[in-house]
Design a binder for this molecule. Structure first.
Ligand SMILES: [Zn+2]
Length: 456
């Protein structure tokens, strides 16, 4: 209903390009946005200090009161919170409530679980505010920015237990789209069923995760059906959970004959997210809901736009578990300059988990960088790959190709990696995908070949 009360804003960027915004705040001046963030930051810091025991203790230990934070620069004095801090507190409290729940005296409407990084699931409380006036509005803007419109049929392949799935479903309801959530386990093993669902339900829009989409495309290849036929009704795809490089995005757009392919990102640890606009210049993070910093992972020093570092988030709204200077342990970068779409909110590019950064030949490299190299070669653009940490301390790249004859251009991968990244990595072709994997890095020391390929 809120959608009807608000007036949409349409701005002509040129004679041929038009951008439609959901809220006026998307284009307010950077100064006004900074003033708004500062007001909201002061409010959440004061709330955390006066009402949340977890933060009160940490602030006191650091000798900080809300009065000590006189400007945004002072924010760096507040100790960062890590995932390990949340885990330790959960163990100590023996329950999900650990003193960060900013519910303003109300009971939570939902308790959501994280995917279990570090082998331990943590939880966050979500109140009514978050789902009625909080970050749900940021998700609505994201969908709107990514061309989702009332009346569209959207098939959403998202895990039911995840915080983002909850927000997505509520946001789609508000946008009055016809949302279809196929029941089942959303992992690549069941790609065939989801491919059937897309073919039968004929959605305009598909929300999914990259591994599911790639598995669906492999299934098309296996049964020798043109993906353009299966995805004929689909105009837009938006994925979340893994970065998609520019080359791969263009390839997928072409392969599926899409009008556009979007990416979203964020973290359920820290309860934040953002999405790409049509210009694909990073994820717009709506600054009236989240304050993002990029810091040096070793020293904690704040880094300027254009430098890669750890993503640190502070929530700017209450009514949920509150994260103040939470280090998401993701490698990201605030992109410098302005976005041609006219939105003034910061744009963040996400590369990988910090723990997945590889040190190869003395250089820090992410699987995103490796994917960019693979994109340069038409035959390896979009090919599933893994970086295997070998038991001898070295590493190699494994490229998936199901048929016995790998394309000749696979030989070029080593050279491109050496030229672009300055690393020498052996490249091996695999004909079977590993049975269990998360991310693109496999540690040979933790998983034997027999465990990786049980059916090979
Ligand atoms: Zn933009």
């Amino acid at each position: 209903m809120r959608l009807r009360r608000r007036r949409r804003v349409v701005v002509n960027l040129s004679m041929t390009s038009q951008v439609e915004y959901l809220d006026r705040i998307e284009t307010v001046s950077a100064d006004k946005l900074a003033q708004l963030q500062w007001r909201k930051l002061r409010r959440v810091i004061a709330y955390a200090y006066h009402n949340l025991p977890f933060y009160r203790r940490r602030f006191s230990d650091a000798g900080i009161t809300p009065a000590s934070i006189k400007s945004i620069a002072d924010l760096a004095r507040i100790p960062m919170v890590t995932k390990a801090d949340i885990i330790n507190e959960t163990i100590a409290c023996e329950e999900y409530r650990i003193g960060i729940e900013a519910l303003e005296g109300r009971q939570p409407d939902n308790v959501v679980m994280t995917s279990g990084t570090h082998g331990f699931h943590t939880f966050a409380a979500i109140g009514d505010y978050e789902l009625s006036r909080g970050a749900i509005r940021a998700v609505q803007r994201e969908f709107w920015m990514q061309k989702m419109r009332p009346g569209m049929r959207v098939v959403a392949l998202c895990p039911g237990w995840h915080f983002l799935s909850l927000l997505d479903c509520k946001a789609m309801g508000r946008l009055r789209v016809n949302c279809i959530l196929p029941w089942g386990t959303h992992i690549p093993r069941f790609a065939k069923s989801f491919l059937d669902a897309v073919q039968t339900l004929r959605p305009d829009y598909l929300l999914t995760m990259p591994p599911m989409l790639y598995a669906m495309l492999r299934e098309c290849e296996r049964v020798q059906v043109d993906p353009r036929r299966v995805f004929a009704s689909v105009r837009y795809v938006s994925t979340v959970g893994e970065p998609v490089t520019a080359g791969l995005r263009s390839r997928l757009r072409e392969e599926l004959a899409l009008e556009d392919f979007f990416e979203r990102g964020g973290s359920s640890d820290g309860l934040w997210g953002g999405g790409e606009c049509s210009f694909h210049r990073g994820h717009h993070v709506f600054a009236d809901y989240f304050y993002i910093e990029i810091v040096d992972p070793d020293t904690g020093r704040s880094l300027p736009a254009g430098e890669r570092g750890a993503v640190v988030v502070t929530n700017l709204t209450l009514g949920k578990s509150l994260y103040v200077r939470f280090n998401c342990e993701d490698l990201g970068m605030i992109l410098p300059g302005e976005c041609p779409c006219g939105r003034t909110h910061p744009r963040v590019e996400l590369f990988d988990r910090l723990s997945n950064v590889l040190i190869l030949d003395g250089r820090s490299i992410t699987t995103y960088d490796i994917r960019c190299c693979l994109d340069e070669i038409p035959q390896t653009c979009g090919v599933p790959f893994f970086v295997v940490k070998q038991s001898d301390g070295g590493a190699r790249i494994e490229l998936y190709h199901p048929s016995p004859e790998a394309p000749k251009d696979f030989d070029r991968v080593g050279r491109v990696l050496s030229e672009r990244l300055g690393v020498q990595l052996p490249v091996q072709v695999i004909r079977t995908m590993p049975a269990r994997w998360k991310g693109r890095i496999i540690d040979e020391r933790a998983q034997t070949a027999a465990e990786r390929y049980p059916r090979a």
